[in-house]
Design a protein around this ligand. Structure first.
Ligand code: C5P
Length: 223
């Protein structure tokens, strides 16, 4: 049985997808349901941590005792994350943050017109990259959801974003990725170690991620 290994630690988890408005009734979104992040938050709470869950729109129940901050856009998520970051010990970014947003958000509903309609997008901030730059004592964990070259992309992200761990999953694989109860992940550490896990529940994966983080915390304390 697990004890309260994370007592006294503040864990920040992001979950779900961001949505980016186009006009008062439409938005751009993605298939993330928040399951992976909510499972991590629940596991961290069970281990005695103070848990803040910053979530894009999600229909999932909030785990007991977890503080929820609801956001919609990537920029709202960034603001919420930056507010909590200085006091966080562990940050796990499981959210599927939109890379782009519509450049212009129409004040009124866009009317249909003849012919093509061109939508111009601009880049959203990369929250995790920013955290990697600001990182002091925090342990940073990122996710990489890919449909190809999973390992190469994950390792590149780990380095570029200055992470301690990256959790990679192939979202094109059956029973892994968006909306499923299960996932199949590989975890990469900054020192080059890699663990390849079989298909398991998102809850079990949440526990494994926290095991790696706790191991790292121990190493940091020792020296
Ligand atoms: O989008 P990308 O595959 O680079 O996402 C990898 C990690 O970066 C994820 O943990 C995601 O939550 C985070 N991310 C972010 N801000 C973005 C895009 C991604 O924090 N704008």
């Amino acid at each position: 049985a697990k004890g309260k290994e994370l007592a006294g630690k503040k864990v920040l988890v992001t979950a779900g997808g961001t949505i980016e408005p186009l006009d008062p009734v439409r938005y751009l979104g993605n298939r993330s349901t928040g399951r992976m992040g909510y499972a991590i938050a629940q596991q961290a709470k069970g281990r005695g941590a103070e848990v803040v869950l910053i979530s894009g729109p999600s229909a999932l129940p909030v785990p007991d005792g977890v503080r929820i901050v609801r956001v919609e856009t990537a920029r709202q998520m960034r603001d919420a994350v930056l507010r909590e970051f200085p006091t966080a010990d562990i940050v796990i970014k499981a959210a599927a943050v939109a890379d782009y947003r519509p450049k212009i958000v129409a004040a009124d509903k866009i009317k249909k017109q003849d012919g093509e309609f061109t939508l111009v997008l601009e880049r959203n901030p990369d929250i995790l990259y920013e955290l990697g730059q600001k990182k002091a004592h925090q342990i940073l964990v990122g996710f990489a959801a890919e449909t190809q070259h999973v390992e190469d992309y994950a390792k590149a992200k780990l380095a570029k974003k200055n992470l301690d761990f990256i959790v990679a999953n192939d979202v094109s694989e059956k029973d892994a990725g968006f909306g499923t109860e299960t996932n199949r992940v590989k975890i990469f550490a900054r020192d080059g170690r890699m663990w390849d896990y079989p298909l398991m529940s998102k809850s079990a994966i949440g526990g494994i991620i926290l095991d790696h983080v706790q191991e790292q915390l121990k190493d940091d304390t020792v020296g």
